[in-house]
Ligand binder design. Structure first.
Ligand code: DLL
Length: 444
């Protein structure tokens, strides 16, 4: 552990620390941020009257729209001159969301990422190949700072230029890689194409996050690169990567660094706190941020929490994998569809691989969903096809049957009709370094 005295703090002491910090941050934003003063006053919350964590549900939520409405600096609690750094995350529409850090915030950022890397198996003296994008995105500089704090040798490769990444991994022989899971899949695939076996690749650990992924992807990456991969979770609004990380011992849920980020899971419709283990929206309160503290931030990410003791000895609560985002959810002809549900169905069909894209259009007044999915190399070889196009599909009864099979399984499991288009191996979109977009909603 990077900070064992904090990461394995007995729960009663952790709770006392959280309560003290919660009271402090509520008083701090009430005093410094007009937006919060108004919200708290309206909710009838007197910062001095807070007793403890049991008062948390009395505090107002903060939402993405609040950050947009106060673009760029309106939620900051310190004068602009006191900011040491700015990051931004691209919104889906219009202006990005701007977040800021004091020197103190940057130190906390580095500490939580160092904890995350250590939980993932990294040690001082190891080399980190950091393939998260550098720049306004928090991934690159975030992992960079954490790697340095832990005492690693950091290679700031950033995303993209895959050929050069492969060369650097082979020449510099790093033990640890950080990138999106979809880019780790790309790298594994490219190594395989070049006949480089997992045993020849120096990497031992992979720290993957910034987008949802599944156990099937974990298996592909672990086998393809010869690593043990763990999940890193975070978001710009809260700090960036390093809000939570899986430990390499169990790899079952990510420890949320709770002395800095106070988690709750709430009902997406009512906002009511949910019991442990129930899936809902993750809500986070920053306990130590100076530049832009947030109270009960509605992340939109769907997951659950568990306090089950962990083999690694860390006492911090674990969050499950992110099952989707409330705003990822597609509503197709009234049916709710999450991309991860589609992926789960595809995993059960051996003739296809879980590389896909969902395209939704509106034709007249009706929604039309198309699922483009890649067939497996084995199946492709079996049917001896060169290219897949709709014409070929009609001509070959085995492709026709496969298309029907996929469509039926989707309809039976999720309850929505999708037109299925089969793609040849290599034709589905792949990550070129950043987050992969699996849904194209053309209705908006
Ligand atoms: O993605 C920060 C980050 C960088 C995390 C590098 C991990 C590694 P944003 O660009 O603001 O920040 O996007 C945050 O990405 O609300 C989730 O929906 C999603 N996300 C992040 N990590 C995971 C993960 C960074 N491990 C949004 N699993 C979040 C699933 C994730 N989704």
């Amino acid at each position: 552990m990077y900070q064992p005295e904090l990461e394995a703090l007995p729960r009663p002491r952790l709770r006392a620390l959280q309560e003290e910090r919660l009271k402090r941050v509520v008083a701090y934003v009430h005093e410094r941020v007009p937006f919060y003063r108004k919200l708290l006053d309206e909710a009838g919350v007197d910062p001095k009257g807070l007793k403890g964590l049991e008062d948390l549900p009395r505090l107002p939520f903060t939402r993405k729209a609040d950050l947009r409405d106060h673009y760029p600096f309106g939620l900051f609690a310190v004068p602009r001159e006191n900011l040491a750094r700015i990051h931004a995350s691209s919104g889906t529409t219009g202006k990005p969301m701007v977040v800021g850090y004091t020197k103190g915030d940057l130190q906390v950022f580095a500490e939580v990422v160092a904890r995350s890397l250590a939980a993932a198996g990294a040690r001082p003296g190891m080399m980190l190949h950091n393939a998260y994008g550098y720049g306004l995105f928090t991934g690159g500089l975030g992992l960079h700072g954490g790697g340095e704090a832990l005492g690693m040798t950091v290679v700031p490769v950033s995303g993209g230029m895959t050929e050069r990444q492969l060369m650097l991994i082979q020449d510099l022989r790093p033990e640890v890689i950080s990138c999106t899971p979809s880019y780790a899949q790309t790298l594994a695939e490219e190594f395989r194409k070049r006949g480089v076996s997992p045993e020849e690749i120096s990497l031992k650990y992979a720290v993957l996050g910034a987008e949802p992924w599944t156990e099937a992807i974990r298996k592909q990456v672990d086998e393809g690169l010869g690593v043990r991969s763990t999940n890193i979770y975070g978001l710009s609004e809260i700090i960036g990567p390093g809000v939570a990380n899986e430990c390499v011992e169990e790899r079952r849920g990510s420890h949320i660094w709770e002395d800095h980020f106070l988690p709750e899971v709430v009902d997406p419709d009512t906002g009511e706190p949910l019991p442990e283990g129930k899936v809902g929206v993750l809500v986070l309160t920053t306990l130590t941020k100076e530049a832009m503290p947030l109270l009960r931030y509605w992340t939109g990410d769907l997951t659950f929490l568990t306090h089950e003791p962990c083999a690694c000895g860390r006492t911090h609560v674990r969050m499950g994998p992110v099952l989707g985002r409330t705003d990822d959810m597609l509503i197709v002809r009234g049916v709710n569809v999450y991309p991860t549900q589609v992926e789960a169905v595809l995993l059960g069909i051996p003739e296809v691989v879980p590389l896909y894209q969902i395209v939704v259009r509106r034709e007249g007044t009706l929604d039309e969903a198309e699922l483009k999915v890649e067939v497996s190399e084995d199946f492709f070889r079996q049917i001896g096809q060169e290219v897949l196009s709709d014409e070929v599909v009609e001509a070959d009864h085995r492709l026709h049957a496969l298309r029907e099979k996929v469509a039926h399984k989707i309809k039976d499991t999720i309850g929505v009709s999708m037109r299925v288009t089969l793609l040849a191996p290599g034709q589905a979109p792949r990550s070129e370094g950043g987050k992969l977009r699996r849904v194209l909603d053309l209705r908006k």
